[in-house]
Design a protein around this ligand. Structure first.
Ligand code: ZN
Length: 259
């Protein structure tokens, strides 16, 4: 009996060993993930970005701020955006940024992250989650850091919020493997080159838009659509999805277990 079983066991062992060497890391590294995201709940995103994304069948992440007019006046529209497969992401409740950094004269005194505590930021993230769950019924969502500022009244607030969001934009993989670009006022060619010019090691490209064909820090409709056309023509190289879906796909891979 033992003689009969031995070859079978060896084959099985080799099979498992081969499986460990191949997927999922090898499969995951074949493609580059592209997260198209749209911050601040701007009306031009509803008017221009959403129809363009839907026409190509791409899902994206919209990082909403529940106190912004572009949220308060369009709650029904954002709920529909979520129902069509896009992610409603957390971008804090009032979008505080630090006033003490260069070029921040626009920061309101009442919304200054130099004086808002880390604990208060945690409350903002929880409040925003509750508001967004009311629109999309989802329990998990990702977070984009307003202005990229991580110090709240001098304290890094990110450790306090990690249990309240699925992931933080730009912090799922190492900085060599995950990049953030935030284009505005760029040509179609320049926008596409932000995708094509990335080093081979990069596995997630986060593109952060604000206005699309309107509002501020805008990218033109023409450039935005040209990028979508490029991504649609290169689906074998680039996987476009919500940041939530990308993170969940990578979390099933051993390749990111160490981050
Ligand atoms: Zn923002």
């Amino acid at each position: 009996m033992a003689i009969v079983m031995a070859p079978h066991n060896i084959t099985l062992a080799i099979g498992l060993f081969t499986a460990c060497l191949m997927p999922p890391a090898a499969l995951a590294s074949d493609v580059t993930y592209v997260s198209l995201s749209y911050d601040d709940a701007l009306p031009s995103q509803l008017t221009h970005a959403v129809p363009a994304l839907d026409s190509f069948g791409f899902n994206a992440s919209f990082y909403l701020v529940p106190t912004n007019p572009g949220y308060l006046n369009y709650e029904k529209e954002w709920a529909t955006v979520a129902a069509n497969g896009h992610e409603l992401g957390n971008h804090s409740y009032t979008h505080p940024c630090r006033s003490s950094l260069p070029g921040r004269s626009w920061v309101d005194k009442d919304n200054d992250l130099d004086s808002i505590s880390a604990e208060a930021m945690k409350q903002q993230i929880m409040q925003t989650n509750a508001a967004l769950t009311g629109l999309d019924g989802q329990k998990n969502r990702t977070y984009t850091i307003p202005c990229g500022d991580i110090l709240a009244a001098g304290e890094d607030y990110l450790p306090l919020i990690r249990d309240h969001v699925l992931a933080i934009k730009g912090r799922t993989l190492s900085s060599e493997e995950e990049v953030i670009v935030a284009p505005s006022e760029v040509s179609a060619e320049a926008l596409i080159s932000l995708i094509t010019q990335q080093p081979d090691d990069v596995r997630i490209i986060n593109v952060i838009f604000h206005g699309v064909g309107g509002d501020y820090l805008a990218v033109s409709n023409k450039a935005h659509v040209a990028l979508l056309e490029f991504l649609a023509a290169n689906r074998e190289d680039y996987v476009v999805d919500t940041y939530k879906n990308i993170v969940e796909a990578l979390n099933t891979s051993d390749a990111v277990a160490s981050y």
